[in-house]
Design a protein around this ligand. Structure first.
Ligand SMILES: C[S@@+](CC[C@H](N)C(=O)[O-])C[C@H]1O[C@@H](n2cnc3c(N)ncnc32)[C@H](O)[C@@H]1O
Length: 213
């Protein structure tokens, strides 16, 4: 898949710089968000017995570990080596590796589930469809894709995040646009959870889709 974004190195460096504060600040602690926990609980049940699950863009592994605690055979992969150092330290019971969603070379029909949990919004708009397509092909029949991301219109240039200088673009998506992209991969959308803006946190959406067959 020749889909490497031009700014991948800059994004990796930015998340490497942000990783310590991300962990320190408890960002991504889903236990503070009961509706997100509910979605992950259902996902954990839905992938049960279907095969391994890959948490793509796992960051420090909070969600990976949450799924593992629920009996899911899950591993995590992230672009940022520093995020993966934290994930391995914090969750030694799970397996983590460094890699980009754009070049994972996932074998066809090899996963019961794939998760992209607030980790796909840096992908350029012309790259995301090919990444989603690679996820869809990697699912077994009845396999589950779950993605969560920021909702909105347009692109936001970030120069600061989690208290450190960063250089990345957050590509915002409307739920309908994102659902259409997912359906173009051949998956069927089975659920959608919308989260309103809260303080400085943007609105979000979680989409779940299933491979037919
Ligand atoms: C906002 S954090 C979310 C992390 C984690 N999913 C969580 O919920 O805590 C975004 C993560 O996506 C990762 N990321 C960004 N671009 C990526 C890519 N092309 N491939 C893999 N991971 C990527 C970053 O390194 C970062 O860890």
């Amino acid at each position: 898949m020749n889909t490497v974004p031009a700014d991948l190195d800059v994004i990796r460096d930015s998340y490497d710089r942000a990783a310590d504060n991300y962990v320190e600040m408890g960002v991504g602690d889903i236990r503070k968000h009961p509706w997100l926990c509910a979605a992950l609980n259902v996902f954990a049940e839905a992938v049960g017995g279907r095969g391994p699950v890959l948490d793509v863009g796992c960051g420090p592994g909070t969600v990976t570990a949450y799924l593992a605690e629920r009996g899911v055979d899950v591993s995590g992969v992230d672009l940022s080596p520093r995020m993966i150092e934290h994930a391995r330290r914090l969750h030694p019971e799970c397996t983590f590796s460094v890699g980009s969603s754009t070049d994972l070379e996932l074998a066809e029909a090899s996963f019961g589930g794939v998760l992209g949990w607030w980790s796909l919004f840096n992908l350029p708009r012309d790259v995301l469809p090919r990444v989603l397509s690679s996820f869809a092909k990697a699912l077994v029949p009845q396999g589950q894709l779950m993605i969560g991301t920021h909702v909105g219109d347009g692109d936001v240039r970030r120069t600061e995040a989690y208290g450190v200088p960063v250089h990345w673009t957050t590509h915002l998506w409307q739920p309908e646009q994102l659902a259409a992209l997912v359906e173009q991969t051949g998956l069927r959308i089975t659920a959608e959870l919308r989260l309103p803006a809260k303080g400085e946190i943007r609105p979000g959406v979680v989409l779940v889709a299933q491979r037919e067959g």
